[in-house]
Design a protein around this ligand. Structure first.
Ligand code: FE2
Length: 488
């Protein structure tokens, strides 16, 4: 038997569908940002998005500026306020940059909205139509957790989604723009295809409330369920349930913090998010994890780092699972996976490759995941502990209370319980094949020790600190033992 390498595609509703909430696509994900013009360049340069369209003062938008960034079937809308009364101004003050809206394309936005309201949803914006002689876009929004919303979008004529995917204007008021970075991104694609899943953090005790909400209001179903036995370390834990739209178009795991000896990463998110639920991460799908991660590292994307010890045990675990379920082995080169610091996990359906960025802004809130599925439809459960441990390491660096020294022995025990061989690791320079990638013509050269791969230079800094024997060295040692890595 061979591993299925394709992923089931969402099944669009037939034209005459009686289910108004049958989702056709993720229309766009809107982020509120402090400065959309500058944020657009960050996401374009580091993640390879095209800066495609703009709505601002020059197009008649008087209260906000919107930049549409595109890559594959991903549409990010960066929105900033132009007036103090705009909701983005208030929310950026409270939360910093983050996701405001996960918008879904539907056949009829008014019917979808009305059905969601009948199902118990709360209105955020009543239906309105934006149209001109070329077509119309109808939008209507409901509240979900925190101050996030879901907007239902239906499109006709020039603004129909197939046309937008080919480059047509997003809606009236938008104009196409070009940027020098677009040509570079076309020549050096990062290979990100679409939003695989989108994770929300809610308050302790509220996960089941929102699970029920997605079932009742949106018609979603439970896809996976993890509890604190699956996703915990000795220091923090979470519980997570994965909700999926009826046609499996989009999966939305919902996390809540669970009790641990140290502040949960979920609780830390909430602390820095004005104790308000919100989107923790977007998982972006690629068909070639190694290419995508190599290109993103070359561009300076800051990924969480893994200890070498992770790879001492991962292959036995993954290959054993694949064998047990009759699947082919991991086809990607194992050494390159290790060199790139990519996580691997397997289940009864196949395997997946994934890697998590550090927070995309100064607050430890929103981050991205880069994921490639080779049959597996799960979320890297086997990596959850490693992920948590990595995030805990990041928490320490941000000034969370230091682990008591007498807990260092427990860290040893934890690693042994995980089957990790605890060894003194020597940080290494990035492999030559990464640093040897020349910058494209027209781009400034990056220094080897600079932003070409921040994780590696961070590793070298940790090593020198470790040798000092100071308090910080003790923290560094515990981090390395705990090790690291990644998020889920
Ligand atoms: Fe994820």
């Amino acid at each position: 038997m061979t591993t299925a390498h394709s992923t089931p595609k969402p099944i669009p509703a037939p034209a005459g569908s009686t289910d108004p909430l049958q989702l056709i696509d993720v229309d766009h994900v809107r982020l509120y940002v402090g400065n959309a013009k500058q944020a657009a360049y960050f996401y374009a340069h580091t993640f390879g998005f095209h800066i495609s369209q703009l709505a601002d003062l020059t197009t008649g938008s008087r209260d906000e500026a919107d930049y549409l960034l595109t890559q594959g079937n991903i549409r990010l809308m960066l929105t900033t306020s132009l007036t103090k009364g705009h909701p983005a101004a208030e929310e950026i003050k409270l939360y910093g940059d983050g996701v405001k809206d996960v918008a879904f394309t539907v056949h009829d936005a008014v019917k979808a909205y009305e059905q969601a309201i009948r199902n118990g949803g709360k209105s955020a914006k009543e239906p309105r139509v934006i149209e001109d002689e070329r077509g119309a876009v109808t939008v209507a929004s409901i509240h979900t957790y925190g101050r996030c919303i879901h907007t239902f979008v239906s499109r006709t004529g020039h603004y129909a989604l197939p046309n937008v995917k080919k480059g047509a204007e997003f809606m009236p008021v938008f104009k196409k723009i070009d940027s020098p970075v677009n040509a570079h991104n076309a020549a050096h694609p990062c290979g990100l295809k679409y939003v695989d899943h989108l994770v929300g953090n809610v308050e302790e005790g509220k996960m089941n409330y929102w699970v029920q909400w997605y079932e009742d209001v949106m018609g979603f179903k439970m896809f996976k369920h993890f509890d604190d036995k699956d996703i915990s370390t000795e220091y923090s834990a979470l519980m997570s349930k994965v909700m999926s739209s009826g046609n499996n178009l989009i999966k939305m795991p919902i996390n809540e913090p669970a009790a641990g000896k140290k502040k949960s990463q979920i609780q830390e998110y909430l602390d820095w998010h004005d104790n308000t639920p919100g989107v923790q991460h977007l998982a972006l799908r690629t068909d070639d994890e190694l290419h995508s991660v190599a290109e993103l590292r070359r561009r300076g994307v800051d990924f969480l780092s893994l200890p070498d010890t992770y790879y001492d045990v991962v292959w036995d675990r993954v290959e054993k699972t694949l064998r047990e379920h009759g699947h082919d082995t991991v086809k990607e080169d194992h050494k390159r996976i290790k060199d790139l610091g990519i996580l691997v996990d397997a289940d009864d359906e196949g395997y997946l490759l994934q890697l998590f960025t550090k927070p995309l802004q100064d607050r430890p809130t929103l981050f991205f995941e880069i994921i490639c599925r080779r049959g597996s439809q799960s979320f890297g459960k086997g990596n959850f502990k490693a992920l948590f441990e990595a995030l805990e390491l990041e928490q320490e660096r941000r000034g969370q209370p230091e682990l008591p020294s007498n807990d260092l022995g427990r860290l040893h025990e934890m690693n042994q319980a995980l089957g990790l061989t605890v060894t003194q690791t020597t940080p290494t320079a990035p492999p030559e094949w990464i640093t040897a990638i020349p910058p494209a013509s027209g781009w400034p050269a990056r220094s080897r020790s600079g932003c070409s791969s921040p994780g590696w230079s961070a590793g070298r800094r940790r090593a020198s600190t470790k040798a000092s024997g100071s308090t910080s060295s003790r923290r560094s040692s515990s981090a390395r033992l705990l090790s690291p890595s990644r998020s889920a």
